[in-house]
Design a protein around this ligand. Structure first.
Ligand code: HEC
Length: 171
């Protein structure tokens, strides 16, 4: 009798222990998921996503998209810039990424870039070249303002060796 009681209580303790440790595990994973981190550096996001998707918006303003396919392409690239802008608020693997993303002004520029690219998406959808130009002007101003405030004279990582027209203007 005594033995079976103690076995039951032992089982209960074991179950409680398992429950408790799984609660701890849940707590940990919830904490980890709030600390999102990009698998690449912000510099790489800049060169491969931001710069890549912004250039065609400016080009479109000089040379109007010619057909349905051109407009669709412009819409997709503007979407990529919209997401790219939002990604700039998440640190990646670069040496000073966290210092940037912790800064309120930085996050403000990232948010403005994303919003301006969202306007380019709408302009491409309605095939409105004037609105594309307007969004393009807003975008270039945001790139330049953030570069003036945050971009080091020498890139922190010399990755692609390519400079956008904007970056060249700032040198
Ligand atoms: C939130 C701030 C911010 C915004 C907005 C921003 N940049 Fe950058 N950009 C940087 C910083 C900082 C670097 C330097 C990264 C490094 O050296 O690690 C950089 C680097 C670059 C580079 C890499 C080459 C170089 O000169 O070092 C290019 C190209 C670039 N940006 C283009 C753009 C374009 C185009 C836009 C707008 C569509 C833009 N950036 C918007 C902060 C910004």
């Amino acid at each position: 009798m005594f033995i079976s009681f103690s076995t039951a209580s032992c089982k209960r303790t074991a179950i409680l222990f398992l429950l408790f440790s799984s609660l701890i595990a849940c707590g940990q994973s919830a904490e980890e998921s709030t600390e999102a981190k990009l698998p690449i550096s912000i510099n790489e996001v800049m060169a491969s996503l931001i710069n890549h998707s912004a250039d065609p918006i400016w080009i479109a303003a000089w040379r109007n998209p010619q057909n349905e396919k051109d407009w669709r392409e412009l819409e997709h690239l503007s979407r990529q810039l919209q997401v790219g802008g939002a990604l700039l608020s998440i640190p990646g693997t670069g040496p000073v990424d966290e210092r940037w993303t912790d800064n309120e002004n930085w996050r403000g520029y990232a948010q403005q870039l994303s919003a301006a690219a969202g306007r380019a998406v709408n302009a491409a959808r309605s095939k409105d070249i004037v609105l594309i130009q307007r969004a393009g002007d807003d975008i270039v101003e945001i790139c330049e303002s953030c570069h003036k405030e945050f971009k080091p004279a020498l890139p922190t990582m010399n990755i692609y060796g390519e400079l956008s027209p904007t970056a060249i203007d700032l040198q």
